[in-house]
Structure formats: structure tokens, C-alpha cells
Design a protein around this ligand. Structure first.
Ligand code: PMP
Length: 306
């Protein structure tokens, strides 16, 4: 993990080591804040391209709105800020992390103002699940469920949500699995701690709906388009049971960090023939081509960093 030398912090690029906050800051105590995760890829002409920048920033803005927090920058300003930060890093392939927080040294849940500070960092970061990208992930359902819809808005990417994701990840890793899979409060399949899940059965793709307490991923949206338009599959958002998952022909995770990662085992049950499925393999290649600007009709998803 190598960080870019500069952090964009409230309007200016400053050295990484100077991007600091106070230990008594509101967000550090209560987790009230929002963030994003996106990737840039080096395109074939050498220019970095940010994948689906606008969609990520729109979700960033929604996440803040869902918590009645004020992002003090417009979409255009944030776009410029992200581009500037990527450019300053000199990186080609990189992960981009915008974060917005209540930068006040106040105790008590009700802050005197809800105007956020915004910081953007970039880092070189490989495949989130490492070798599982090639060989397929071994996953396990964990005891921690996704929060029910009347506990918090799971479709907002808020800092505090990740306590749940953290516990799920810890449990899966400590039991020797690559990744966790979480159920929603009803017992239906929800998602991984940082990725959405798809199953393929008899040439149809299914993925859990928003009401299954998922974060509706940008990659999930991208993959729905690729499956329909390029691989000719029907894609449905439907409640999925664990039994349906065990019986899938193919399973895979999708997300900015994991991209498209095959799942070959769930709870000790082999999926398909235990190898990454052929549709999953084709989708991995297609996704890689799309993010690198090699698919003409999807170039509009890419913001070039000239
Ligand atoms: N679910 C959760 C809980 C996540 O943290 C992420 C990563 N942001 C995703 C799904 C995938 O979202 P995206 O494709 O937008 O990265």
C-alpha cells in the first residue's frame, strides 16, 4: 500500500504528513461521516482514467444528505479536486479515497454545525482479495447480519456502517476464509463487507435488492449492464436464500476494490465444479477492458486525467 504524496484537504493539496485532525474530533468518536472508494486505471495511451467518477461523487453527496450533513463543495468542485489529487500523485492505477467528516472538537452527538471537512487521498492498492481474483474466493456466512432498514440507511456509505463490515471480516479471516458473506435481518443473502454478490443459475443472473440492506454498488450497476448488453444474460434483483446460493452454477463478488472476484466455496460447499465459472471469467475480462477504456461504448464512464 503506497500513498500518494499529497492529500487534498478542504480546498488545497498539502503534504501527506500534514493532513491531520484533532483526536477530540466529533467523527472520530461517533463515526458520523461519509466516504467513497473509486479507482483510476492507466489507459492504453498512458493517461490515468477515473472509472465512474460522477456516479461515485453522486453517492458521496447522497450519503451526506442521508445524514443531514452539508458537503461544502459542488459536484463540479469535487470532480476537479479528485482529478487534481490523482494528477499530483503521478499514479496510473490507483485507489481514491474521499472522506468527509465533522471536523469539530465537540463532545455530544448533536454538533453545533454539520458542515463537513473533506479530504481526498490516493494510493496504489492491488486486488482487495489478492490471489482469490484468479483462484476464486472461499467465503463463509458469519454471525453478524447487515443492519435492518430501520436501524440505518445501508445505501449510504457512512463511516459507522463499517463497524458491522469490520466484525464480519474479522470473523471470516480468523476462521481462515478469504471473505465474509452477510445475511440481512430476515435471513436473506445481503452482501460482503465491502462488495456486492451475484449468482448465475441456468444462464440467469440474480443479485440481492436494495431492501436486503446492501450498499448499491457502482460496480454492481456496471456489471448489470455488462451482463445484459455483452453477455446476453437476464439480470434480476431478487431475494436470495442461502440454499439458492449453495445451488448456484457460478457466484462472484463485485466492487471497486475486488472488481469481479469469483467465489468457489460457501460454508464448505463447493460452487459449480469448484473453479471460477466461465461467465465469471468472461465478465472479469470485460470489466477490465471497460475500466481501461477498451470498450468503445463504455468510454463515457471514464474521466481522463490529462
Ligand atoms: N457493499 C459495501 C458494503 C461496500 O463497502 C462496497 C464498496 N464501496 C460495495 C458494496 C461495492 O460498491 P462499489 O461497487 O460502489 O465499490
Amino acid at each position: 500500500m503506497r500513498w500518494g504524496e499529497k492529500i487534498w484537504f478542504d480546498g488545497e493539496l498539502i503534504p501527506f504528513s500534514e493532513a491531520k485532525v484533532h483526536v477530540m474530533m466529533h467523527t472520530l468518536h461517533y463515526g458520523v461521516g461519509v466516504f467513497e472508494g473509486m479507482r483510476a486505471y492507466r489507459l492504453d495511451d498512458g493517461t490515468p482514467g477515473i472509472f465512474r467518477l460522477e456516479e461515485h461523487l453522486k453517492r458521496f453527496a447522497f450519503s451526506a444528505r442521508a445524514y443531514k450533513l452539508e458537503l461544502p463543495y459542488t459536484l463540479e468542485e469535487l470532480k476537479k479536486a479528485v482529478i487534481e489529487t490523482v494528477r499530483a500523485s503521478g499514479f496510473g492505477d490507483c485507489y481514491i479515497r474521499p472522506i468527509a467528516f465533522i471536523n469539530l472538537t465537540q463532545i455530544g452527538l448533536y454538533p453545533s454545525e454539520r458542515r463537513l471537512s473533506v479530504a481526498i487521498g490516493v494510493l496504489e492498492w492491488g486486488k482487495y482479495l489478492g490471489k482469490a481474483y484468479e483462484r476464486g474466493a472461499r467465503v463463509a456466512t458469519v454471525r453478524w447480519r447487515r443492519p435492518p432498514p430501520d436501524v440505518l440507511p445501508a445505501n449510504a456509505k457512512a463511516i459507522g456502517n463499517y463497524l458491522n463490515s469490520y466484525l464480519a471480516t474479522l470473523e471470516a479471516r480468523e476462521r481462515g476464509f478469504d471473505e465474509a458473506l452477510m445475511l440481512d435481518h430476515r435471513g436473506f443473502v445481503s452482501e460482503g463487507p465491502g462488495e456486492n454478490v451475484f449468482l448465475v443459475k441456468n444462464g440467469r443472473a440474480l443479485t440481492p435488492p436494495v431492501h436486503a440492506s446492501i450498499l448499491p454498488g457502482i460496480t454492481r450497476g456496471t456489471v448489470m449492464v455488462l451482463l445484459r448488453e455483452k453477455l446476453g444474460l437476464s439480470v434480476e434483483e431478487r431475494d436470495i436464500t442461502l440454499g439458492m446460493l449453495y445451488d448456484a452454477d457460478e457466484l462472484f463478488f463485485v466492487g471497486t476494490a475486488v472488481e469481479v472476484t469469483p467465489i468457489v466455496e460457501v460454508d464448505g460447499i463447493t460452487i459449480g465444479n469448484g473453479q471460477p465459472g466461465s461467465i465469471t471469467r468472461r465478465l472479469q475480462k470485460l470489466y477490465e477492458d471497460a475500466v481501461r477504456g477498451r470498450v468503445e461504448e463504455y468510454r463515457g464512464w471514464i474521466t481522463r486525467v490529462e
